[in-house]
Design a binder for this molecule. Sequence first.
Ligand code: N2P
Length: 365
Amino acid sequence: MANSFIRALLGGVTAIACVGSAAAGTGNLVIYNWSDYLDPAVIEAFEAETGIKVTYDTYDSNAILETKVLAGGSGYDIIVPSSNGAARLIEAGMLRKIDKEKIPNLEHVWPKISRMIETFDPGNEYLVPYNWWTFGVAYNTDMLNERLGPDFPKSWDLLLDPKISSTLAACNILIVDSPVDVLGAALIDLGLDPNTTDKGEISAAGEHVGAVRENIAQISADGVVAALSNGDACLGLTWSGDAYWAAEGAKEAGNGVKLDFFIPQEGTLLDLDCFAILNEAKNVDEAHAFLNFLMQPSVAAQNANFIRYGSANLTAQSGIERELLDNPAVYPTDKTFERLTTPVVQDRKTERFYTRTWSKVRTGQ
Ligand code: N2P
């Protein structure tokens, strides 16, 4: 393993040498990514190495990304949609085929993860897998122990059982603004398929969350991490990497807030984000150069250690912290895998029904 890591590093050096030629293009690159989802030092290193100037912008939900991109003229080159959103953008003809010759470091992608997107991107022609995650429950250990005792159920019930969530409402429950994840969790809690196309079942999931809506302080695109870190929330339904990020934030702040995360016993969703290059990208060579740079195992490892998400770069694992690799919420074991479902891409009608159901939950209708 050590040898292959060293070989990979050497491969990376060659790749950096190639990257220089991309600077002969426009010399600019515009990236639109989820917030807190790339180590700024990676961008600095890329700029220093290549002379390419990166403009970086962020979003907090697939809905925001899609609205901006589907309107056209966004000005972005690289975007980072989650699997469902990525599939819709491929179908809408918004993405450019990746020129694999320009990204030799694609060889480091974990085949198990590449396969996850095969159903909607056969041959991974448009997408480069970035990170995977599980959706679960982040919590403030002291606040929950105080209110529920130490043996509280590691279950979706913490939100979806009104008796429990009403006890936690005063210390603030926040959930991410992500219909696929939250309605999926509600479907799982009801013993239903999180990928159902049955309108009655989707409505039941909406009503399940709606029944505890008054106990949710905020459905937030970007506020969950900060609220957990600061001790302003005791419960957050969010993604594994963000939960980790919140816990690290509290540790760094030294504010005494202790956070943990679990995958509910009923099961949950596992999904991934991918890099894509827009059809309308103006800086295509630079975009390829950036992806190749980031996918060098040493760079990918540094980035994974920073953002705390499970990396799709297999070779990078030699450089990823043991604590992250051993955390089944970040790198699920085969046993955990049995309790996980990956969202499928729904037909347009079903998709719209999920969105409408979610809007009702959000607005408390
Ligand atoms: C990063 C959030 C990305 C994870 N903060 C869900 N796509």
